[in-house]
Design a binder for this molecule. Structure first.
Ligand code: MUC
Ligand code: MG
Length: 389
């Protein structure tokens, strides 16, 4: 046993960080993110950090910052304390024995363990995860202010600054005809200088999707994310069978490897949005990606709008995968008013550059952790304006 890698302590804290503008999704408008930051300490003195972020408390799926904090401090932390951090699969099994589900919480603990083990070996995490295959990835931006003029101005500014030329437009809160008009106006304003995708975040039923997706693609959208409810694999299969609906991307539907297998068997999508939190960690993300590769399904590097910590960890595991063909959207650091790292990842020429250096290649600013810690600031929970639908 490598006694130096024994986990001595696990801590979790909830941060509250405002966004730079309201971010409007089909289920509500967020103005703040509340990532849970997990820190582990090893017997050798090394420490590692992990993160799990949700969107709109428990609005995106079942887990919330509070449930993640509870699962980590009450069950997952104790399950890994006293164990050897490098035996990651064994620790994932212990966490599964201690706690069913709670994949976001498990991913935050696993992320911190991988960071600590990588730092103990003075190596970047991508090296522990199989080795990187690329130095950078195309980076998308999400247009979700809810205001047409503001979305267009934002996209044009980001194009001119050579930061983004892939834009994902959040739709599903308005009537579908209004969404088509909104997307068409953005497409006209950008004049073919950028690619456009939409994310419906489960808002439509199958018939609504059948009725409106051809118009959405005619407006210039080539990739459609989660048009129907998470459970509605049958409608996704039906939509994916017709070219006039564009490429169908699964997000909320593809969490565990079993979900990925079902989608692949059903031929219900063309692309998976990979997200470390919903898959239950970096190692499970690689399992889902392996199913995508075997089934000739593309992948897109998704986000739960994490700080630079979770975003860098995601970038590390994405860098080890065969090219998915659709880039990534690790834009959380730019959507938040501040960050918890000393230096952010570099974004240049439309690409996010994967940081080298020990762990995830980003250094945590401890003063920022204290500043945004909910228990220090005494702030409330995430503001979700469900009335804004
Ligand atoms: C989602 O469902 O994809 C990702 C980017 C963004 O703006 O919201 C998310 C959630
Ligand atoms: Mg999505």
């Amino acid at each position: 046993m490598q006694t130096s890698l024994i986990v001595e302590r696990v801590q979790a804290r909830i941060l509250d960080m405002p966004t730079i503008r309201p971010h409007k999704l089909s289920f509500g408008t967020i103005q703040r993110q509340s990532p849970v930051i997990v820190q582990v300490w090893l017997a050798n003195g090394a420490t590692g950090f992990g993160e799990a972020a949700t969107i709109g408390g428990p609005s995106w799926n079942e887990e919330s910052p509070e449930s993640i904090h509870h699962a980590v401090t009450g069950y997952l932390g104790p399950a890994v304390t006293g164990q050897e951090a490098g035996r990651l699969e064994a620790l994932l099994a212990r966490m599964n024995m201690a706690c069913r589900g709670n994949w976001f919480a498990k991913s935050a603990v696993e992320m911190a363990l991988i960071d600590a083990v990588a730092r103990s070996n003075n190596m970047p995490a991508w090296q522990l995860l199989g080795g990187k295959q690329r130095e950078s990835m195309p980076l998308a931006w999400t247009l979700a202010s809810g205001d047409l003029e503001r979305d267009i101005a934002e996209a044009q500014k980001l194009l001119e600054a050579r930061r983004h030329r892939m834009f994902k437009i959040k739709i599903g809160a308005r009537a579908p005809a209004d969404d088509v008009a909104h997307v068409s106006a953005i497409a006209r304003a950008l004049g073919g200088k950028a690619t456009l995708t939409v994310d419906v975040n489960q808002a439509w039923d199958g018939n609504t999707a059948r009725r409106w997706l051809p118009e959405m693609t005619a407006a210039g959208v080539y990739l459609v994310e989660q048009p129907v409810a998470q459970w509605n694999v049958e409608a996704m299969r039906d939509l994916a069978a017709s070219r006039e609906n564009g490429l169908i991307m699964a997000d909320e539907t593809v969490c565990l490897p079993q979900d990925a297998m079902r989608l692949a068997r059903s031929e219900a999508c063309h692309v998976f949005s990979l997200k470390v939190a919903k898959h239950g960690g970096l190692l499970r993300t690689k399992k889902v990606a392996a199913i995508a590769e075997a089934a000739d399904i593309g992948w897109y590097g998704g986000t739960m709008l994490e700080t630079s910590l979770g975003s860098a960890a995601s970038a590390h595991v994405f860098s080890t995968l065969p090219d998915g063909g659709y880039g990534c959207e690790l834009l959380g650091p730019q959507l938040l008013v501040d960050d918890i790292v000393q230096k952010q990842m570099e974004v240049r020429d439309f690409e996010l550059h994967i940081p080298d250096g020990p762990g995830y290649g980003v250094e945590i600013d401890l003063e920022k952790l204290e500043r945004f810690d909910r228990s220090n600031a005494g702030r409330g929970t995430v503001v979700v304006d469900l009335g804004a639908r």
